[in-house]
Design a protein around this ligand. Structure first.
Ligand code: GLN
Length: 492
């Protein structure tokens, strides 16, 4: 029955509606794959009973011909999304065994579309990281290995569990979040498709907050069409998130396969960073050629403030994080380490509950917001952010329809290789992705080829605000030219 887990959402949906197999059979197939793949550590909680119950309900609806767009499709949920009655930890010790009494809007939307919950997926602690190594549950192992080499590699982060589970067929698709690259970078490192929609496209309600002005939910999926179907179900207006836009959700899946003829694609000269491997450069060249073959026109552009994006991000994101994480005080929920007085309780709980990277962010964030430093750091970073946004506004105003860049400066790296080095080395993983969050734009990563060592590499397409549709069409064209990439199942 394992071949059921290799089906795309589109094919599984067709099989389910034709009653070639049941939602229950599909769920069981995934559950047994998950059991065989526990060594990858992609799930931090498996919810087989939940999955069976939801699948049974999906089967009833399927037999009545009432199937939703994701009816009976088994998915994984990043452990940053609150799930009613199902433990949610943000992969931090500080949340302990917190069980939310409510559901995030994005997951609620997915259940309404008929999806089935297989379990909660590993991620970096509070989504802070680029390798899934800051998780309190330990690192996730990338299903991809270099050819002829068994060194365990990271799947990227922070949505590393989501990306690994999708690549290894341990769920049909997964939810993820992206504050500086956490959907697109792990998608690139695992040969999967990941889209961070425009800020405001998906509700943030019920998602554990990291940096509220940058956080956005999106899917990681096996192909572009699946990503489109997932985003269509996840997105939508929600009065519970005041930053969520009240605009209709287009039919994203219909955009996949649409012609991209005549679209103008910007190639930003600032994305050619020093030390970028020749194979990443070559991949970018191939991507340009594919889009030209599909009828696009390339335009050299300049986004002059690109190099300020990462430093400004590492002021804005920690500032917001330090404020968001103030709520974990050992009083209301999660971990509590007792002490004689209330200040001692805060100190002991927070010292025991937060990992090293999260503590670093809280310290930086508190510093840049403090009296006397606020103007020098936080307020300046916000001005820089405006300039980054303006760079994009200028090119999207009549010059280009989308921008093409590599997603990451390198393929997957060995577990421990960067986490044990300077934090800046890890932060540099996001040089091509953070600009998009700073400007609030949509960005998609699509697998585009393999490195010399046989590891997947991704290309990123950046679009105008709320123009995910064009990104799906362009990503579809890249996917058609590049093909799809699947790892060998060595973990079974
Ligand atoms: N790697 C970046 C960070 O650590 C981005 C993480 C994210 O997008 N959640 O902050």
């Amino acid at each position: 029955m394992t071949e059921l887990t290799a089906l795309s959402i589109a094919d599984a949906h067709a099989g389910l509606t034709r009653r070639e197999f049941t939602a229950r059979e599909l769920a069981e197939a995934y559950l047994s794959e998950m059991e065989a793949a526990r060594g990858l550590n992609s799930y931090v909680l498996e919810t087989p009973e939940h999955a069976r119950a939801q699948a049974a309900e999906a089967d009833v609806r399927l037999s009545r011909g009432e199937a939703g767009p994701l009816e009976g499709i088994p998915i994984g949920v990043k452990d940053l999304f609150c799930t009613d009655g199902v433990r949610t930890t943000a992969c931090s010790r500080i949340l302990g065994s917190f069980v939310p009494p409510y559901e995030s809007t994005v997951t609620e939307n997915l259940w309404k579309a008929g999806a089935v919950l297989l379990g909660k997926l590993n991620c970096d602690e509070f989504a802070m990281g680029s390798s899934n190594e800051t998780s309190a549950f330990g690192p996730v192992i990338n299903p991809w290995r270099r050819s002829g080499d068994e060194t365990p590699l990271v799947p990227g982060g922070s949505s590393g569990g989501s990306a690994a589970a999708v690549a290894a067929n341990l769920c049909a698709a997964a939810t993820a979040t992206d504050t500086g690259g956490s959907i697109r970078q792990p998608a690139a490192l695992t040969g999967t498709v990941g889209i961070k929609p425009t800020y405001g496209r998906c509700s943030r309600w019920g998602i554990v907050a990291f940096a509220s002005s940058l956080d956005q939910a999106g899917p990681i999926a096996r192909d572009v069409r699946d990503a489109a179907v997932m985003l269509g179900a996840m997105a939508g207006f929600d009065p519970k998130d005041s930053t969520c836009v009240d605009a209709p959700v287009p039919d994203y899946a219909a955009a996949v396969g649409a012609s991209v003829r005549g679209l103008r694609i910007g190639i930003p000269r600032e994305y050619r960073v020093e030390g970028m491997p020749a194979e990443v450069e070559a991949l970018w060249e191939r991507g340009k050629a594919w889009l030209v073959d599909a009828g696009c026109e390339l335009v050299d552009i300049s986004l002059p403030h690109t190099r300020t994006a990462l430093p400004a991000y590492y002021i804005v994101a920690p500032a917001e994080a330090s404020s968001n994480l103030a709520r974990y005080d050992g009083v209301r929920y999660g971990l509590r380490v007792g002490a004689d007085d209330i200040v001692g309780l805060y100190e002991k709980t927070r010292a025991a509950g937060f990992g090293a990277e999260v503590r670093r962010r809280i310290l930086i964030g508190t510093y840049v917001l403090s009296a006397g430093y606020y103007d020098a750091y936080y307020s300046r970073a916000q001005k820089v952010r405006t300039l980054i946004k303006r760079d994009f506004d200028q090119v999207f105003d009549g010059v280009v329809d989308a921008v093409l860049t590599p997603t990451t400066p390198s393929p997957a790296f060995p577990v421990g290789s960067k986490a044990n080095a300077s934090p800046v080395e890890m932060y540099l993983q996001d040089v091509f992705t953070v600009t998009v969050n700073m400007a609030g734009l949509p960005g998609i990563s699509v697998p585009a080829g393999l490195s010399g060592d046989g590891l997947p590499l991704g290309l990123q397409l950046i679009g105008r605000p709320f123009d995910e549709t064009t990104l799906f069409s362009l990503a579809g064209a890249v996917e058609k030219a590049a093909g799809r990439f699947t790892p060998k199942a060595w973990w079974r």
